[in-house]
Design a protein around this ligand. Sequence first.
Ligand code: HEM
Length: 307
Amino acid sequence: MLESLIAHPQTGEFSMELTGLEDPQHMWRRLIAYLGLEDENVIVAMRRTSETLLRDAAEFVVGAYDYLASFDETASILGWEQEMDEEHLEERRQFFATWMARAIGVDLSDEFARYLFQAGILHAGHGPRATHTPPQWVMGAVSMVQAHFAERILHYGHERELAAIAIGGWDKYLMLQNYQMLAGYEAARKLDDGPLTVVIKLYGKLQAMAEREEQTVHIHSDDMLADALRKFFNYHPVLRQEFFEVSWRAPEGDVEATWSTDFEKVYVPRQGPYWRILLNGKEVRYHGGFDQPLNAGDVIALFPPGR
Ligand code: HEM
């Protein structure tokens, strides 16, 4: 039984396996289960308060930015120390209204999870304005939304039992969202961690999937190719399914391991036509694999199968 779960990661002579990849989509679903947000009673109670919350949403959005502009740190993050930039304010209000509508609709979809992960990436200074919003300010804003929802639900006099279940559900749901944004934020911060850089060039459909032609990855002087690829695939989790399939490795010498948490998740190249990974023009499958050192300025190219 255990034998069948152990990875056989070698493809050719060199190691081509990647460990330490986070799976935000999987975590989103596991947290939904953990937090009891699969419980129909909770979801129904939340949805029965949605209309109440929508009624005041526009006013809350306007108030939220007035507040962020009035508080030193958040005003400074938004560049509004002196005055609010009207165009930027309009942009931010629009995004917040979109987010709020999806949240009030109790969106638990995988697509919403990706949207939140991407928001976290933007908060790390990876957006068009390169604004860095540290996570404590986002967390603070999330908890203000929680407080606002609770206040509105009680204010409109929903039945006590329903209100209690709904407020609990909203709190958990908003914490879940905060976690998902944090996951994106951390992936982006790790991508920027290190004094040297390498470039990963994308080809074929990867360009559309990642909405870019190349990605700069920061590395440390003793980093290996696996380290740069780990950062890259944590930042672009949707791309990894093109390259890898998951295998599970039992801990060494622990034949008693039974829980899924005892096993290490290992990403190994997919069977069949495979994407080629080239380091400075040489296909790593035949030249050094993932466990080879990198140098500043190295170019990693990701080519579709059959090119
Ligand atoms: C409830 C808490 C928050 C949520 C749910 C949230 C969500 C989001 C989302 C979904 C985006 C992407 C919008 C788009 O599609 O363009 C975004 C971007 C952004 N957020 Fe937040 N955010 C929150 C709190 C904050 C706070 C407190 C600040 C600042 C103090 C902030 C600053 C920004 C900035 C500046 C961007 C755009 C970055 C850029 O374009 O460079 N956010 N946020």
